[in-house]
Design a protein around this ligand. Structure first.
Ligand code: ADP
Ligand code: MG
Length: 354
């Protein structure tokens, strides 16, 4: 993109929107304003007509409580876009909402969307089309771990290597970067959601108690951990006793929860270890200085940083405001499109002004 006074002006007056289209949460960053939307990636639809009834947090609120004719859908659940039209409806809704909030009703926005690494061409096309349909003047796609690294403030354009582990709801993504490019990467369909399911299963097996997935997520966030805690804690869980069929409350400890989620946590750690295994020695030596940066909501599991440091012998640290790294990274990429142009994936050649 050559410099021209026109593009300079446009850059100053247009609305720049960075979007993290996550498996669990969608975040929208607007240049000059920061994060303006942070909502669950859920859509509630009428089962028969497939028309959306609610989008975002309002739809997540309905999970496990819907009547027969309503279904709640997570269109990106496993890091793949399983429901194109529903993903499009969601993206349009969020872009529209961010656009409405802008005071000056100027032009159609420039949009950078963070997408899970490894999505197919068809899926990329679906995101691109949705963004266009939502009024974007120009759309760029960026892989989430790359955006996460930018948002976490890693100097990924330097010759020195850096590593980011982005743990979301449906996928965990590991990327080693240097000179603005990806050296090694790994994507795994084990992340926060899997821990929730582990907890439901564990409580069911041990106590014959069926709890809801949202309660499992809640207890994970409150007392879940990946490393022994200075002070172990307990919490009350409510559900249905599967023998009597009646409601029941039990007390669980953080030690039990650690046991419940151990396999999945270990799987994530082993994936990071595999990525390290494949990293060239010069970069490995850089990583001993820069450490492993953890991003995404799943990185907030207590003690995960300590556990990684302990097992991999490389200092691991959680990025500041780790949940919004991808959206902020997309925003950073928009601020200097020219500098970061190599980070965008596929399809950008189709973008056009019109
Ligand atoms: P995605 O990028 O896939 O949309 P996010 O980065 O938003 O996902 O992370 C969502 C995941 O993070 C969920 O599984 C959620 O339960 C988990 N999470 C959020 N906060 C915490 C916390 N404090 N402790 C453990 N897990 C958390
Ligand atoms: Mg994410």
């Amino acid at each position: 993109m050559a410099f021209s006074p026109f593009s300079w002006l446009l850059g100053h007056f247009s609305l720049d929107i960075g979007i993290d289209l996550g498996t669990a949460n969608t975040l929208v960053h607007v240049r000059g304003k920061g994060i303006v939307i942070s909502e669950a990636s859920y859509v509630a639809v009428n089962k028969r007509s497939k028309e959306p009834i609610a989008i975002g947090d309002a739809a997540k609120e309905m999970v496990g409580r819907t009547p027969a004719n309503v279904e709640t859908i997570r269109p990106l659940r496993d890091g793949v876009i399983s429901e194109f039209e529903i993903t499009q409806a969601m993206l349009e809704y969020f872009i529209g909402k961010a656009h409405q909030q802008s005071i000056v009703p100027i032009p159609r926005p420039r949009v950078v969307v963070g997408i899970p690494a490894g999505v197919t061409e068809v899926e990329k096309r679906a995101v691109y089309d949705a963004s266009k349909a939502a009024g974007a003047r120009v759309t760029y796609l960026i892989e989430e771990p790359v955006a996460a690294a930018l948002g976490a403030g890693l100097a990924i354009d330097e010759v020195r290597g850096s590593m980011v582990v982005d743990i979301g709801g449906g996928t965990s993504e590991v990327a080693v970067m240097s000179m603005g490019g990806v050296v090694t990467s790994r994507s795994l369909r084990v992340a926060g959601d899997e821990l929730d399911e582990d907890i439901v299963q564990y409580i069911r097996n041990k106590y014959n108690l069926l709890i809801g997935i949202r309660m499992a997520e809640d207890v994970k966030k409150t007392i879940g951990s990946a490393f022994r805690l200075q002070e172990e804690k307990t919490m009350t869980l409510r559900g249905r006793n599967l023998v009597t069929g009646l409601p029941e409350a039990i007390e669980v400890s953080s030690i039990e929860l650690r046991e419940a989620t151990e396999n999945s946590v270990q799987t994530i750690i082993d994936t990071v270890r595999d990525a390290l295994d494949e990293t060239p020695p010069e970069i490995l030596s850089d990583l001993m200085d820069t450490g492993i940066c953890l991003a995404g909501g799943g990185s907030l599991l207590q003690g995960l940083d300590d556990r990684l440091t302990d097992e991999l012998k490389v200092r691991s640290w959680v990025a500041e405001d780790s949940i919004s790294c991808v959206a902020r990274g997309a925003g950073i990429a928009l601020e200097d499109l020219n500098k970061w142009k190599d980070l965008f994936v596929g399809l950008e050649r189709h973008s056009s002004r019109h």
